[in-house]
Design a protein around this ligand. Structure first.
Ligand SMILES: Cc1ncc(C[n+]2csc(CCOP(=O)(O)OP(=O)(O)O)c2C)c(N)n1
Length: 771
């Protein structure tokens, strides 16, 4: 019973600290009579979720002390409850360990309370700044999948995930419950979800709050969980009930792991705690005739203006006094020993968990030279790049028995990555039928048809130090656009913290790209994510456009060696010609572009008349085809052939070494002459990079303009005016400004190309294929 009393006193103190963070700018220990001058004028934050998070934190700390074998990582879905996490990490000392300003005692406590939501102080959401926090929780929906990612290949770990009942309504969270089917009870750790059913979202009851216990229970049993209810409304003592629920959960987890190991039993259901608490528990009960505690009114700041409104001030004063903190801390602001006794030894405290601090591993990579695709002439040896990438990734798997996984929404095969199945399978624990191929309980490919769930699961895996690649349709990676944005913010914040080590980069492969959607058509053509990623800091984001197999292998090896970035590779899965040797690809990736003189016209000794620039594999092929037309019809036209393999917010070329210095710009794009870009995505993506520069004034940008559907590859290019014919015509018009001979014959040449184009169009219509 002593434990329960301690737990209650602990809860009182962290609840006081949290409420004080929202409201007090001085008189932090309430040593003087509280006045309105002590109240922050900008009161910010979210109170409603806080007492529940505090309750869970205290209970888990006690469990860590009770069970010496336990390793807990805590993922908090309601990241808006930062005051709760701050109060707990302050008390357990992990906040003071990374910043002495917040060491336990009057000064540290005052700094903590003062700095919350204060300019340059603590955010109102959890962030990587807070020890042990691996999940920011601003955009709701991603907590549970992140938690599941952390336990992959971490058999000793229990990741406890607090899921808000509002968050539980999001599509991503709803699908994430299914991830228990991917967790191997022996090889992986366990996720213990705690559904925090405090009944309300911002302004309305949650759906779960309208279900009865039987409905909730049936729902989770069907998903393979074993629900344990802890209910403030019916409990005699919720503190006792919660600790018992935790004990039961950890014991069940042990039994499940043992049983599965010995009998390989299927469907190893795991516990879930359904925690029903009053939203804003222990806060103001009623104000101006309205229920506050146990109502949505307590979601944010329950009293909005206590520094000015006297009635609010009195309500706040009674609320803060109700915790009787003089019974919980001494004269020097140090909490009484019994309260601090709830914690395990310092290295095992939640904020100190080693899983949040793991240095990102460097996976062993196969030699790129072992994957070189040899060819005799550029423009020949058509090969599917995804198949070749599959072989490279297969070897990454072979060289690393763990620490590397592939995530894909049911598309490893349709995207031609079959070689990976030679060495591993799709991870799945629930039974599948005998003829279902390539499944195994320890496979290292996670396939699930939700890009959102996969992204978060991969994020959890990466943040805890491992490497991964997510491969998907280009069009449907947009589904996670906002999630990627959030993650870039997370990396940016994380990188500032000296106590955190670099984490492996997020690697995304966008394949089944828009230019070949013959049978899927218009709905599958969407390169919007490129535009969005180009608005993000180049310090964190690179977009790769490898033109052929060798370039793709080099791009992937670079991505798997990089840290703290989001790498986005666009590469088709179909067969396309080769252009560069492996050593040339390595050289070109250093600067982000290649100058392919071997594809240029032979008219030497003259300045270039025009510069052709390709970005993207299909567009490189179109420019090459345009170069054949030009060489044949207009041999005196001197064009320069540039291929760009990387872009970023910094501009064209490598983000580390962009082509932005004027000398470099002129070396690559010449002076005065027109530059014709043929780009994989929307022309606006390149426009946003060169806007306002001298280059923009002499550039034409061709790209996808939302034309075409289920048609032939060349017709798709023709409809978007990016075809070889369009590039050749544009080159002639541009070159005619400088080349007298071209100027003289330009109309004849253009007519000839139009004839070629209309012949091609007729043929496509008649025979249904390109000539
Ligand atoms: C994707 C997304 N949509 C909307 C919001 C705005 N929002 C912030 S908190 C919240 C309610 C969350 O309710 P719940 O998850 O139950 O948390 P709690 O009640 O414990 O605060 C909403 C809708 C958000 N943060 N993310």
């Amino acid at each position: 019973m002593e434990v329960i009393e301690t737990f209650k006193r602990y809860h009182r103190l962290v609840n006081f600290l949290s409420a004080a963070q929202i409201y007090l700018k001085e008189n932090f220990e309430l040593k003087e009579e509280l006045t309105q001058d002590h109240i922050k004028t900008r009161v910010l934050g979210h109170w409603g979720t806080v007492p529940g998070i505090n309750f869970v934190y205290g209970g888990l700390s006690y469990m860590l002390k009770k069970y010496e074998y336990l390793n807990i990582l805590l993922v908090v879905g309601p990241g808006h409850g930062a005051p709760a996490i701050l109060s707990n990490i302050y008390l357990e000392g992990t906040l003071g360990d990374i910043n002495p300003k917040y060491r336990i005692g009057s000064e540290g406590m005052g700094n903590l309370i003062h700095d919350f939501s204060w300019p340059s102080g603590f955010d109102s959401h959890t962030s990587p700044k807070l020890p042990g926090s691996i999940h920011e929780g601003g955009e709701l929906g991603y907590s549970l999948a992140t938690a599941y990612g952390t336990v992959l290949e971490n058999p000793e770990l229990v990741t406890v995930c607090i899921v808000g009942d509002g968050e539980a309504e999001t599509a991503t969270l709803s699908a994430s419950w299914q991830l228990n089917k991917f967790i191997n009870p022996v090889k992986d750790g366990v996720v213990l979800p705690i559904l925090h059913l405090n009944g309300y979202k911002i302004s309305a009851p949650t759906i779960f709050s309208t279900l009865n216990d039987a409905e909730i229970s049936n729902y989770f049993r069907g998903l393979g969980y074993n629900p344990i209810f802890v209910d403030q409304y019916t409990s005699d003592d919720i503190y006792i009930d919660f600790l018992q629920a935790l004990i039961k959960s950890f014991e069940q987890i042990q039994v499940r792991k043992r049983n599965w190991a010995s009998y390989n039993a299927v469907n190893p259901s795991i516990p879930i705690i359904i925690l029903k608490t009053k939203k804003g528990w222990s806060g103001v009960k009623e104000f101006r005739g309205k229920k506050v505690e146990d109502n949505n009114i307590s979601h944010g700041v329950p009293l909005k203006n206590p520094s000015k409104d006297l009635e609010e001030f009195f309500a706040l004063r009674s609320w803060l006094r109700s915790y009787k903190i003089e019974e919980l801390i001494d004269e020097k602001g140090i909490p009484h020993d019994d309260i601090l006794s709830i914690f395990p030894e310092p290295s095992r405290r939640i904020g100190a968990t080693k899983y949040a601090y793991k240095e990102g591993i460097k996976v062993n990579l196969p030699s790129v030279y072992d994957h070189e695709l040899k060819f005799i002439l550029p423009g020949h040896r058509s090969q599917s790049r995804m198949f070749e990438l599959g072989q490279y990734l297969r070897d990454v798997f072979s060289l690393n028995s763990e620490g590397f996984m592939v995530f894909s929404p049911d598309e490893s095969e349709s995207n031609m990555l079959e070689p990976i199945f030679q060495v591993t399978g799709r991870r799945y624990i629930w039974p599948v039928r005998k003829h279902d191929e390539n499944f195994s309980s320890d496979g290292r490919i996670i396939e699930l048809l939700s890009e959102n769930v996969l992204f978060s699961m991969m994020a959890g895996y990466l943040i805890t130090g491992r490497q991964g690649v997510l491969i998907s349709y280009e069009a449907f990676l947009n589904v996670i656009s906002s999630q990627i944005d959030q993650f870039i913010k997370f990396i940016k914040q994380r990188k500032k913290e000296k106590f955190l080590k670099p984490m492996p980069s997020v690697n995304l492969v966008a394949t089944s790209t828009l230019w070949r959607q013959e049978h899927n058509g218009f709905s599958h053509q969407n390169p919007t994510l490129i535009n969005s990623l180009l608005t993000k800091y180049a310090d964190f984001v690179t977009l790769f456009f490898p033109p052929d197999v060798n370039s793709l292998i080099v791009a992937m090896s670079q991505c798997l060696s990089s840290f703290d970035r989001v790498n986005y590779i666009t590469a088709c899965k179909r067969e396309l010609p080769q252009w560069v040797s492996l050593s040339q690809a390595i050289k070109e990736f250093k600067r982000g572009y290649g100058h392919w003189q071997n594809l240029e016209s032979m008219t030497a000794e003259r300045m270039y008349d025009v510069v052709l620039v390709s970005i993207g594999d299909y567009q490189t092929n179109e420019n090459y085809q345009a170069s054949i037309i030009l060489r044949k019809l207009a041999p005196s036209l001197r064009f320069k052939f540039i291929n760009i393999n990387q872009i970023s917010q910094n501009g064209l070329g490598s983000p580390f070494n962009p082509i932005d210095k004027s000398k470099e710009v002129h070396n690559v794009f010449e002076r005065d002459v027109d530059v014709i870009f043929n780009f994989h995505g929307y022309p606006t993506a390149i426009q946003q990079l060169i806007y306002g520069t001298e280059l923009a004034a002499r550039s034409q940008i061709f790209g996808y303009v939302e034309q075409g559907s289920t048609t032939t590859p060349l017709n798709m290019q023709m409809l978007n005016k990016t075809s070889r014919y369009h590039i050749a015509i544009a080159s002639i018009i541009s070159a005619s400004k400088f080349n007298k001979e071209i100027n003289k014959y330009k109309h004849v040449l253009i007519d000839k190309i139009y004839d070629m184009m209309s012949e091609q169009s007729c043929n496509i219509l008649k025979h249904g294929q390109d000539m």
